[in-house]
Design a binder for this molecule. Structure first.
Ligand SMILES: N=CN[C@@H](CCC(=O)O)C(=O)O
Ligand SMILES: [Zn+2]
Length: 411
């Protein structure tokens, strides 16, 4: 099965196999080929170059991309798309000025979603999650990470993870699953936090590991949630089962979560809205990817991750949606791209690198997706006719995508 894209106005994010992610100044370079072709064979990228070198071969499908850009699909490395219902009931309180923490203290927040999820059947949860996945794929997402963390009991955490497994089996895009049992303390453990951590380590974690339902482990390291010490205990326990950390840190406070993540070889540290100089320093020369979630800052009205400062300090940066019912009820990576440029002062090149190759690395998929590279999956976005790739983040809110291809197949 061969598909040939020809006359591509500009083919974006063309890379060699050996580039896992880009950092600092290298983020401002987006390698492209103008007037290009791309050949897909059996779902993989098999060749590309300038049109004057386009081989004269038979293809099952030929797509004329005159005036259009072709780029890798978005790699959304941080989502919570498996949830039940929504939290629209908290929206007006939020508009009236209640903070995320105040809403949680009123019975809203993560525990509100946990209650809904515990009362929802596995099939219904799958159907609701599937709609969200269909929606974000149409918006250009071609690889995604999904967390548990609205179960908070053995039964419901496993239910969430089985739903993620079912999505993995039913959809053609790569999906990674993260165990986030340490998302909040259930009411029953309000006065016995140690009891919940013990339950997590001694009961939930062994079963999650035994069923092989998770690729990574996550903790919400934050005041009022899991302390740095709790986080360290949970990460050490996860390590026993071979689960690498990808953790929520520095959303509201800089507590030392970044350092604990780096110490335990986290694949990524995510949120980072509150960063001290020592947090930035701790990330230098490590393999841990910082992940910014501007949709969350936009929705909650909290600071944006100081991505400009971090990139200028030589760090890499990935962008993700954080799609969840409480702090970012949107999985639109195009909006994330615009917000990163407009609010976080990333250039279009930096934002595209952060949303593709660096996002792929932040979920361990850098060998499969995130760039136009021979042998990688042909998960690509064909834009509508546009003048330049900068138009995508610039003209925010409009849909610039004409077609999304996953494994070379049109959605
Ligand atoms: N902050 C922790 N977890 C999610 C929000 C969860 C929720 O409010 O339902 C986040 O990444 O923002
Ligand atoms: Zn999150």
């Amino acid at each position: 099965m061969r598909t040939l894209f020809k006359n591509i106005k500009e083919l974006l994010q063309v890379r060699d196999q050996n580039i896992a992610f880009v950092s600092g100044k290298a983020m401002s370079k987006l390698p492209t080929i103008k007037d290009a072709y791309l050949l897909v064979e059996n779902g993989l990228i098999s060749d590309f170059g300038t049109m004057d070198a386009c081989p004269n071969l038979e293809a099952d499908t030929v797509i004329d991309a005159t005036g259009k850009m072709l780029l890798p699909t978005w790699c959304d490395s941080h989502t919570h798309i498996v949830y039940a219902g929504n939290r629209e009931s908290e929206f007006v309180d939020k508009i009236k000025g209640l903070s995320y923490q105040e809403i949680a203290n009123k019975g809203g927040g993560i525990l509100n979603s946990a209650k809904k999820l515990q009362e929802t059947s596995e099939d219904a949860l799958y159907e609701q999650s599937k709609k969200r996945l269909d929606e974000v794929m149409a918006l250009g997402t071609g690889a995604i990470e999904i967390k548990s963390g609205y179960g908070l009991t053995l039964k419901s955490e496993l239910k969430m993870l089985r739903v993620i497994k079912r999505l993995k089996e039913s959809y053609p895009l790569p999906i990674k699953a993260t165990f986030l049992g340490a998302h909040a303390f259930p009411n029953a453990f309000k006065n016995n936090k140690d009891g919940y951590i013990k339950l997590l380590i001694e009961n939930l974690l062994p079963q999650v590991a035994q069923t092989q339902l998770a690729n990574y482990i996550d903790v919400f390291c934050e005041t009022g949630y899991f302390s740095v010490e709790d986080t360290e205990r949970i990460l050490k326990a996860g390590k026993q089962y071979g689960l690498q950390p990808k953790i929520h840190v520095n959303q509201f406070t800089s507590l030392g979560g970044v350092q604990v993540g780096v110490k335990h070889n986290a694949l990524s540290v995510d949120h980072l809205e509150e960063m001290k100089a020592e947090d930035i320093d701790a990330l230098k020369n490590t393999n841990t990817m910082p992940v910014a979630l501007p949709g969350c800052s936009f929705f909650l009205g909290i600071p944006y991750t100081p991505a400009r400062e971090m990139i200028d300090a030589g760090l890499p940066m990935a962008l993700a949606t954080d799609y969840n019912p409480g702090s970012s009820p949107s999985g639109n990576m195009n909006f994330v791209l615009s917000t990163a440029c407009i609010k976080m002062k990333l250039t279009p090149e930096e934002a595209i690198n952060a949303a593709t190759i660096n996002g792929a690395y932040a979920m361990g998929l850098e060998k499969e997706v995130g760039s136009v590279t021979i042998g990688k999956k042909a998960n690509v976005i064909l834009t509508k006719p546009i003048n330049s790739y900068g138009f995508m983040p610039y003209a925010f809110g409009s849909n610039h995508i004409e077609t999304v291809f996953i494994n070379g197949v049109k959605l």
